[in-house]
Design a protein around this ligand. Structure first.
Ligand SMILES: Cc1cc2nc3c(=O)[nH]c(=O)nc-3n(C[C@H](O)[C@H](O)[C@H](O)COP(=O)(O)OP(=O)(O)OC[C@H]3O[C@@H](n4cnc5c(N)ncnc54)[C@H](O)[C@@H]3O)c2cc1C
Length: 389
């Protein structure tokens, strides 16, 4: 076993960190305070995100994991995982926009299931950052139990008529198109009865923003007699549920890397704080009550790190490691939240302040324990792997 990163990934990480420091941080500082805005259009944030995408495309980082044939760099999962970790560790909120995964607004291999002419029309602009997408699976009556969705697609002429309602959809308010999952055979459902469709924005209505604990604000989408032609099926008719699970499974290394980076950012900040802050005539670091939680956090971060890297490596080896992916999603999001919580505690009151470094990280990590398969669903997958042969 060789755990050393390939040299080209180490060099890429260094140049990405430099890019974040020189190009993204100044934009971020200009926006300080606006990230908490509840204004429905959040115009300045949206403009800054567009700018970050454009800068990152120019620098060759955005969508680097996509194949060269569609404008990406063909970067390995391990390479992209490292960039996601570094974006999260930088503490910049905009840095996550510079890297398309784990945010579903950017391109993913799911879109490569479209026919060539649609790849040119819809996917290439997502790779070059001029269009964004959303992944629309969840509904008010179907979240963890995704095969229970009610959105229906029925054959109509040379295409499909779609009716239904999705909620909690990231980037619903700005996506140029949605990948929508709908029932095409109510008897078969997950076993061949759910299909994915590319639905352009002129075929759906957007609902209000769904403000929540994190800074990721999803929204509702309504499909009222939407119509798309036959070639807008993503992949094959009936295989949409498998495509959705493949998409979520492939993203686990990226979610794990995001949690890992945020945990490391929290530990970096808390380590500096306990050395600078004094109480009872000594730096906080001199008290085990403040330093042991940091030591415990270091142990958990190292365990997270190697689980995440191992999963990314296995994906690059062509394996479909569903069990490893669930272990990574569960362990990294749960432990990163515990790390950030401990780090918040050593900051005292400042830990709770919006002006401090940890408060928004804790909120984001709380969200990661629920989305894309809540922790309990990962435990379900892991326990089934143990008990069902
Ligand atoms: C900020 C945010 C962004 C999101 N973005 C998207 C997006 O872009 N696209 C999209 O399609 N969806 C998105 N979602 C939806 C998200 O994936 C769901 O919220 C998640 O899958 C949980 O579904 P639910 O909310 O319906 O909860 P439920 O399924 O109702 O679950 C409620 C609780 O019950 C537990 N539970 C459910 N079944 C079991 C079981 N069998 N055993 C044990 N416990 C169980 C769950 O773990 C959870 O704790 C987003 C959600 C949020 C909050």
């Amino acid at each position: 076993m060789d755990f050393t990163f390939p040299e080209e990934i180490t060099a890429l990480r260094a140049s990405f960190s430099d890019f974040v420091k020189r190009q993204i941080m100044p934009l971020e500082e200009e926006l300080a305070g606006e990230f908490e805005s509840l204004s429905p259009d959040r115009q300045r944030i949206v403009e800054a995100m567009d700018r970050v995408r454009a800068l990152s495309v120019e620098a060759g980082f955005f969508a680097a994991h996509m194949p060269e044939s569609v404008g990406g760099q063909g970067l390995s999962t391990l390479g992209m995982t490292a960039l996601v970790e570094d974006a999260a560790r930088s503490g910049s909120r905009l840095a996550m926009t510079a890297i398309s995964p784990p945010n579903p607004a950017g391109p993913s291999s799911l879109l490569l299931k479209l026919p060539d002419h649609l790849i040119k029309e819809w996917v290439t602009p997502v790779v070059t950052g001029t269009k964004t997408v959303c992944f629309a699976l969840t509904e008010p009556e179907a979240g963890s139990d995704a095969q229970a969705i009610r959105t229906k697609a029925t054959k109509d002429g040379d295409g499909w008529r779609i009716n239904g309602h999705k909620h909690y959809i990231t980037n619903a308010s700005h996506a140029d198109f949605a990948v929508v999952f709908a029932v095409t055979d109510a008897q078969k459902r997950a076993a061949g009865g759910i299909t994915a469709f590319l639905v352009p924005a002129d075929q759906f209505r957007r609902g209000p923003t769904q403000w929540n604990i994190s800074d990721t604000h999803p929204g509702e989408l309504f499909f009222e007699d939407a119509w798309v032609p036959d070639d807008h099926v993503v992949g094959e008719v009936g295989l949409g549920f498998f495509a959705a699970m493949e998409f979520l499974n492939a993203g686990r290394a990226f979610i794990g890397a995001q949690a890992l980076g945020l945990a490391q950012f929290s530990l970096d900040a808390a380590t500096a704080h306990v050395q600078a802050r004094t109480a009872f005539g000594k730096p906080l670091a001199a008290f085990q009550g403040a330093s042991f939680p940091l030591a415990e956090s270091k142990v958990e971060i190292e365990a997270m790190r190697w689980l995440v890297y191992h999963l990314a490596w296995a994906v690059d080896e062509g394996q479909n490691p569903m069990l490893d992916a669930s272990i990574v999603k569960y362990y990294s999001t749960e432990r990163a939240y515990a790390v950030a919580d401990r780090c918040l505690q050593v900051f005292g009151g400042m830990g709770l302040m919006k002006s401090g470094p940890i408060e928004r990280v804790l909120r984001h990590l709380r969200m990661l324990r629920v989305v894309e398969g809540a922790s309990e669903i990962q435990l379900l997958v892991i326990s089934r792997a143990l008990t069902v042969k």
